[in-house]
Design a protein around this ligand. Sequence first.
Ligand code: 13P
Ligand code: SF4
Length: 331
Amino acid sequence: TDNTEELKAKIRALKEKLSVTVVAHFYQRDEVFDMGDITGDSLELAKKTMADDSEFVVFCGVGFMGQSVKVLSPEKRVVMPKIACCAMARMIDSLYFDESVKKMEEAGIAETNILPITYINSNADVKAKVGKMGGMVCTSSNAKTIIETALEEGKKILFVPDRCLGQNIANMMGLKSAVIGIDDNLSDADIICYDGFCSVHQLFSVDDIRFYRKKYPGILIAVHPECDPAIVAEADFTGSTSQLIKYIAELPEDQKVAVGTEFNLVNRLRPKNTYVLSSTKPECPTMNETTLEDLYNTLKSIDEGEPINEIHVDEETRKWAKVALDRMMAL
Ligand code: 13P
Ligand code: SF4
């Protein structure tokens, strides 16, 4: 619309004038995504933003992502047009983390024999707990490598907060997993998962897969590892956001594919033969909170010398969260 184009022009003008880098995750609304100087999945954004040298990072994504930039590069000023908290990240805090460790101890696993790994979709206080206990962060792109490395220490892995990612990696590696509060015999498992999940990726069902396979014989099913293990078991391909993009880009043009991940990303993938794997639109409510208007208002606040929604992390939390993130970056 005219209004959208007008706002985009005003945003471009402010970007020219100020020392800012606009960062946008793949799940952002199209019009916000278009304004990104740096775009990518969560791992790519963390890496590319670290190497950037403008004074302000304007992060269009969810809270833990902006926080991770601040943890890794405290000299940068990080602002977020909307501080929206990923629903999965909100499922665990440092107290629930401590309780999970306690439940493992009650199951006969000594604390010294626990190595925690947190999915990057968690807040800095949880990352700090993990860092202090000698553990590290992973993303959906590198989870397998991180877990392989962690297992070399011969310890039990406490995987938080995403139950599905933990179980899917365990299945992929032929390891045993168990979920705290659901499964008995935690001590028999190699990977012990916290019971968190992504509500968006829970929308995909085995019925959806069967529906598409019947309707379009030969169709491929590609899903994100935040989907339930029952979905992953029936899919042709499972991968992180960037891995899905690459997989789909390499398919022949006439190959149909149904994709089980966030709507904004799927909608942008390919003009034809690409389907959303659910009857309900799988939009991430928190990713969608950021609007073009929010982005404009944030840039304007920087221009006026009073930046809104600046991210701060206290030094003790930052220090230990960085330890956990650095261990991932080193791998
Ligand atoms: P990626 O690590 O694939 O960017 O995923 C982030 C996310 O929130 C997925 O739901
Ligand atoms: Fe969080 Fe799920 Fe949204 Fe990703 S899609 S940001 S995991 S709520």
